[in-house]
Design a protein. Structure first.
Ligand code: NOJ
Length: 720
């Protein structure tokens, strides 16, 4: 059978080498700087056909002008692919990814990605470098904020929902953008939590913990994947043939575009695996990288590599075809101006802000609420809002605000004032986020006079203290914030005023003292554009909190990496026995376990049951548990389903997450939460790292979070 030549094959046949390499090159337009600025004006290269892709350009007018040059003035009239980092919103900024993960709600993950895609596309852009699905178990690593937290199951769920949301049902739609799952892979376990450092983990951890999210993104149809900057046991991911070509393209069948990270191909020289740009380009091309972002290594290195026979033209063409196919799938050949041709209606933008407020509220994690300090009484009349994050609207956006710079973000102070028009809200910053100046502390404490009914203490990191290149060796409250907190807590105790601490952070912070002394503690992460309203919604009780931490909070940095899915070991912790796995100077247990978070209700779990006492690999096990809200307020409970395989050919983790569901109940109401467990999901990687389904007993543990003491257990016998 003769397969007719596609438009793209014909086009490739007409291209010069310089034009081909242009299609494999992406450079910045300098609108937004997301790395060292190493490229100048791109207009001439677009015109002469030697540049086919841009990043960091926004605004339909600018994008369309660049497209016009490409499709009207360049010889082959190939449209540009324009990408941007839309990590948690484009202009409307949603909560940071770690905060969104805290909602444990796939509908929310998909919705915010969909809304981001519509807003991004309205700005003319066709590609986002998201979702970031790197599992992080080390809070020192700043990029923890950009990702899904510590759990592989959760990361995979988020990956799926985000790809669906960004790409929609039709990638060619003027409201869809191409997703880029990143950073492939195992970027999170960088040595010492230090950004860009080397990674060295076992093949089992790689496959069990770090690859599932990427496999999920591929199965959901992600258009692109970005390799991580890092090396894995000495092989930089940008040159990792076994993982890019054999695993991604081979095992998973990924046929989309692999786009390098910023200048990563040239950085193969610093990694120490290439001595010049020719070798670097060869390594990346051979490994399967299609687009060279910002390194200019393909343009500079591949002509010589071809001449010397180090790569073939077929290998180059393969990449060109993939890039052109993506442009075709995005509908760019049919109409390069399809994105950004319509201005979004005001109602659409307003509705999006409502989504930001709703999701912002749902991503807050209430980790302490003694004596029902929250919500505020309805007749509250005087509040003190203290701390450097209280009136810091810029910080609320978090570290990756994309194009959201001009948006009016709502500070905590503004949100509370709007929510409580009858109340007097007094405010002092006390100290700056990070400074040695303590001069303002006394005046801040002096605000706590007799009339103040509650103090909202807003503490935490500046947005830029997490994110890329933001590892911290001391992930605590920066500057003199502890001195401020101590003074406020002391005065509040003297005057009998409850303190509600609100913590802004891109990672768990080491603050056991604050958790002990504050009456209530809300982990707000960075809630985005609508931060202040979202926080006010929860503090005033308009919304009952429902967020759960997607990452374990250690008591001490020395516990790092601390995650719920550890193995038992041969000598599990026993306080009576010195020679067991524990610290001399700290408990093993976390400050807050994975999944922890309170609501304004109180839930009792009873009657856990499973549909069958035994299961084969084809079966689906129905799991049900009854819950009663014994509290005084309506609330939504998040229910976790873990499994434990106590005896297997390879020691399994103490707990493995397999499902999450939610139920909203009024005071006194009882309901049933139902979950499904496919027995096939109880397979694990055997001694040979191949999936096995081993007969024997498996425990199904259900409850409010990953503290084993709070879980109830049912048992199922697996049959081979
Ligand atoms: C570097 C970051 O690692 C990556 O996440 C991002 O997409 C690129 N820069 C482009 O800004």
């Amino acid at each position: 059978m003769i397969v007719p030549m596609s438009m793209i094959d014909k086009l490739t046949g007409r291209m010069t080498l310089a034009e081909k390499l242009g299609q494999l090159t992406m450079t910045t337009s300098s609108y937004a700087v997301t790395g060292p600025v190493i490229a100048g004006d791109s207009t001439d290269s677009i015109r002469n056909g030697t540049l086919g892709n841009l990043l960091n350009l926004v605004g339909a007018k600018h994008v369309h002008e660049m497209q016009r040059i490409a499709v009207e003035e360049s010889r082959l009239r190939i449209p540009l692919l324009i990408g941007f980092d839309v990590i948690h919103g484009h202009r409307t900024i949603f909560p940071v990814p770690l905060a969104e993960a805290s909602t444990f709600d796939p509908k929310i993950w998909e919705l915010t990605a969909r809304e981001s895609a519509r807003e991004t596309a309205a700005d003319g852009i066709a590609m986002t470098f998201a979702p970031m699905v790197d599992v992080s178990r080390d809070l020192r690593w700043g990029r923890t904020v950009e990702g899904p937290g510590e759990d592989p199951w959760l990361a995979a769920e988020i990956a799926r929902a985000k790809v669906r949301g960004f790409q929609g049902a039709d990638l060619a739609s003027p409201e869809s953008v191409a997703a880029t799952a990143k950073h492939f892979c195992a970027y999170g376990p960088v040595t010492g939590g230090r950004e860009y450092a080397s990674v060295d983990i076992s093949e089992r951890t790689l496959r069990e913990v770090h690859l599932p999210a990427f496999a999920a993104a591929v199965r959901a149809g992600t258009a692109a994947i970005m390799p991580a900057f890092t090396d894995l046991a000495g092989i930089p991911l940008t040159a990792h043939k076994a993982l890019l070509r054999d695993y991604l393209r081979g095992e998973l069948g990924f046929d989309g575009v692999i786009v390098s990270d910023y200048n990563a191909i040239r950085e193969l020289i610093q990694h120490g695996v290439a001595s010049n740009v020719v070798e670097a380009a060869v390594l990346a091309l051979k490994a399967g990288v299609d687009i060279d972002m910002m390194a200019g290594a393909y343009r500079d290195g591949l002509p010589e590599a071809l001449e010397r026979g180090l790569v073939t033209m077929d290998e180059v063409d393969e990449c060109v075809l993939r890039v052109l196919r993506l442009k075709e799938r995005l509908g760019l050949f049919d109409d390069p101006y399809r994105r950004g041709s319509r201005v979004e209606a005001v109602e659409v933008v307003t509705a999006r802000r409502r989504v930001a407020r709703d999701v912002g509220g749902k991503s807050l994690v209430l980790v302490k609420n003694s004596n029902d300090a929250l919500p505020f009484r309805a007749d509250i009349r005087r509040i003190a809002v203290i701390g450097p994050l209280a009136d810091a609207w810029r910080e609320m956006r978090g570290p990756w605000a994309a194009a959201g710079y001009e948006e009016p973000n709502v500070s905590v102070l503004a949100g509370l004032r709007a929510a409580l028009p009858e109340a007097q809200v007094v405010h002092a910053e006390g100290v700056a986020i990070s400074s040695a100046d303590t001069a303002g502390i006394a005046a801040a404490a002096d605000l706590l006079d007799d009339g103040v009914e509650v103090v909202v203490l807003c503490l935490g990191e500046a947005a830029e203290m997490s994110g890329e290149a933001s590892s911290r060796a001391f992930p605590e409250l920066p500057g003199e914030q502890r001195a401020l907190a101590d003074a406020v807590l002391e005065r509040a105790a003297t005057n009998d005023i409850p303190v509600v601490a609100t913590l802004f952070c891109g990672r768990p912070l080491i603050v056991p003292w604050l958790a002990e002394k504050a009456d209530a503690l809300v982990v707000a992460w960075f809630p985005g554009t609508e931060a202040g309203h979202a926080i006010a919604d929860v503090l005033t009780g308009r919304l009952s909190p429902s967020g759960r931490t997607p990452i374990t909070w250690p008591r001490a940095l020395g516990q790092t990496p601390l995650f719920y899915g550890q193995r038992n070991s041969g000598r599990p912790e026993n306080p009576q026995d010195r020679f067991t796995s524990k610290y001399l100077d700290s408990a093993n247990s976390p400050l807050f376990p994975f999944g922890f978070g309170l609501t304004y209700g109180r839930f009792a779990y009873t009657n856990l049951r499973v549909s069958a006492a035994s299961a084969t690999v084809e079966d689906t096990i129905e799991v049900a548990v009854d819950l009663t809200n014994t509290g005084a307020r309506e609330a939504e409970e998040t229910i976790f389903m873990f499994v434990r395989d106590r005896v297997a050919s390879v020691a399994r983790p103490l707990l493995e997450l397999k499902g999450v569901t939610k139920i909203a109940l009024k005071p006194g109401e009882t309901g049933t939460a139902r979950l499904q467990l496919a027995a096939a999901d109880l397979r694990f990687l055997g001694l040979d790292l191949k999936p096995v389904f081993e007969p024997g007993e498996v425990e199904i543990l259900v409850g409010p979070h990953a503290d084993p003491a709070r879980l109830t257990t049912a048992r199922v016998m697996l049959q081979g």
